[in-house]
Design a protein around this ligand. Structure first.
Ligand SMILES: Cc1cc2nc3c(=O)[nH]c(=O)nc-3n(C[C@H](O)[C@H](O)[C@H](O)COP(=O)(O)OP(=O)(O)OC[C@H]3O[C@@H](n4cnc5c(N)ncnc54)[C@H](O)[C@@H]3O)c2cc1C
Length: 356
């Protein structure tokens, strides 16, 4: 009998498993793919956001801020790359002024260093800004990581600490008993006192194995153009448009390996099939990116990429014990800033919720 079974080894399940491996709990992690971090965790912008834009009072705001503060040390602990590249948030319309006021206010209240730059100051630092730039918010604490590597290192170190790791093993049913669970997979049945659902896009399917739904996800697909290292000198750091209700918009994001992502788009989808990026999606990216950069060196394009965000309908993370099934925990609704928040979610969830 295990103390805890973690279902899913994306960045959320992996960092939770790693945190659990520091305790004396007997833990098993079950992942249906051949390696950790290949699903949503392998298809995103990889940004450790500064934490100034999630809505005050949400779990997203709490964990983004805590996670961002922890990441540099955490990455050293996991022996995974972390690069503080900084980001410029670019105002190009009058309406952006109000958004800037709000974000600067959040930054002050959350004790995050940001700098408001005039057009002239910003252009001196970043010559590739669009012609209609009239103001820039510099966010120097913004960083990037390799989320798949974070997940893989977390699982590797958890295994070294004694956690049992089963890859290529899909959970197909869960039977609830008094004080324990039978977790059934394509390879066997395992018993545990507690179960953690970190199934990402499939978290609702896993919850449905034990109860009626307690949260609802919508699925928002994001497409990218990928550029090689030769494109890295097109900007110093990440370039963002002013955010809207639809999200952070289409960005320029240098990666830890010096490749560059241009994207993502945001379309609601109803199927979780492997997305295929269409020419029309590429055109949308090319049009929208003009809001943040004058020139994109498309001659260095290496391909395209696509990911699906598991967004909860109330736009916040779902973290805690099921109200219906004692001992069953959901860590779901993990769209952005799930990468930035992962170390903080893992620490708080394990010590203050799961093992409390
Ligand atoms: C386009 C896009 C851009 C993003 N940009 C950012 C960003 O810049 N910064 C940021 O902080 N966040 C970002 N995010 C969000 C971030 O990617 C997610 O929050 C994070 O990857 C979610 O991790 P997860 O572990 O919850 O999910 P996943 O990585 O999907 O992990 C879930 C795991 O569960 C496994 N699984 C599912 N069902 C079963 C089963 N039945 N049995 C066994 N295993 C199972 C899956 O195989 C998978 O490995 C972005 C997301 C997208 C899509």
């Amino acid at each position: 009998m295990k103390d805890v079974i973690v279902i899913g080894a994306g960045i959320i399940g992996s960092t939770i498993t790693y945190e659990l491996s520091k305790t004396d709990s007997k833990v098993l992690v079950l992942e249906k793919r051949e390696k950790p971090g290949l699903d949503v965790t392998g298809h995103n912008s990889a940004v450790v956001h500064s934490g100034i834009d999630p809505v005050e009072g949400t779990l997203k705001a709490k964990y983004n801020l805590l996670g961002t503060r922890m990441y540099e040390e955490y990455a050293k602990e996991l022996e995974t790359p972390y690069k503080k590249i900084g980001a410029f948030l670019i105002a190009t319309t009058d309406a952006d002024h109000e958004i800037f006021e709000h974000l600067v206010n959040n930054a002050k209240e959350r004790d995050v260093f940001v700098e408001r730059l005039s057009r002239e100051e910003a252009l001196k630092r970043e010559p590739n800004l669009p012609d209609n730039t009239f103001e820039v918010l510099s966010m120097p604490t913004t960083a990037v990581v390799d989320p798949t590597h974070v997940a893989q290192q977390a699982i590797k170190k958890a295994a070294e600490n004694g956690v049992e790791v089963h890859l290529n093993e899909e959970v197909t049913a869960i039977h609830v008993h008094d004080g324990y669970f039978d977790v059934v997979t394509n390879k066997g049945t395992y018993q545990a006192r507690k179960v953690v659902n970190a199934g990402g896009l499939y978290a609702p399917h896993i919850e449905a194995m034990v109860s009626e739904p307690t949260f609802e996800l919508t699925y928002i697909r994001g497409d990218y153009i990928t550029l090689g290292k030769e494109a890295r000198n097109m900007s110093d750091g990440a370039l963002y448009p002013a955010p809207t209700n639809m999200g952070k918009g289409v960005l320029v994001i240098p990666q830890v390996d010096d490749s560059v992502l241009i994207g993502p788009t945001a379309f609601t989808v109803t199927t979780l099939d492997e997305p295929v990026v269409q020419d029309a999606d590429i055109e949308i990216i090319k049009e929208k990116i003009k809001m943040v950069a004058r020139h994109i060196p498309y001659e260095h394009q290496t391909g395209t990429m696509s990911g699906i965000r598991p967004k909860e309908v109330n736009d916040d993370f779902v973290i805690g014990e099921s109200p219906h099934v004692k001992g069953f925990y959901n860590v779901a609704g993990t769209d952005s800033p799930g990468i930035a928040s992962a170390p903080a979610i893992a620490q708080d969830f394990v010590h203050n919720i799961l093992l409390k």
